[in-house]
Design a protein around this ligand. Structure first.
Ligand code: FES
Ligand code: FES
Length: 165
């Protein structure tokens, strides 16, 4: 028997509402699994050590750094990447990011949209200070954050008031 195969681990997980099963190397990161095995390259890799937030995905609805997560640890869990992020809040955020100039190169944008969706869902956008604190784990080298904070604040306010973002 092939010795390399002895080290593979059988996993089954749901990615963007589709079940995937197969064998993975135990040390493969979730980010590399998503990007290289599934072709979901919207999960960006920046620092690759948990600092920049570009690789943020949802695992069972909670944000995780895909560069620090081990793919086999998601066995039996549900992963949502930017490609599968859907619903009223993400759609409103995309429009608001455009309207408030909350992106330039776009490298941080997938992770920002996932984090922003989570913080709005948690009702953690009470004011600008809260939004800035919640965004502290997602780095953007382009925008100066003003547009991001404005866009997220507008959608959060709309969720509360049912007004326009
Ligand atoms: Fe994962 Fe930077 S690439 S946190
Ligand atoms: Fe360029 Fe955020 S838009 S890093």
């Amino acid at each position: 028997m092939n010795k390399a195969n002895d080290r593979l681990v059988e996993v089954e997980l749901v990615v963007n509402d589709k079940t995937w099963n197969g064998s993975l190397e135990p040390r493969l990161s979730l980010a590399d699994f998503l990007r290289e095995k599934l072709g979901l390259t919207g999960t960006h890799l920046g620092c690759e050590h948990g600092v920049c937030g570009a690789c943020t995905v949802l695992v069972d609805g909670e944000p995780e750094r895909a560069c620090l997560s081990i793919a086999v640890a998601t066995n039996g869990r549900r992963v949502t990447t930017i490609e599968g992020l859907s619903g009223a809040i993400p759609e409103a955020l995309k429009e608001a990011f455009s309207k408030h100039h909350a992106l330039q190169c776009g490298f941080c944008t997938p992770g920002m949209l996932i984090t922003a969706t989570d913080i709005i869902n948690r009702g953690a956008c009470l004011d600008e200070e809260h939004i800035r604190r919640e965004l502290a784990g997602n780095l953007c080298r382009c925008t100066g954050y003003q547009g991001l904070v404005a866009a997220i604040g507008a959608v959060a306010k709309r969720e509360v008031n049912h007004g326009d973002a």
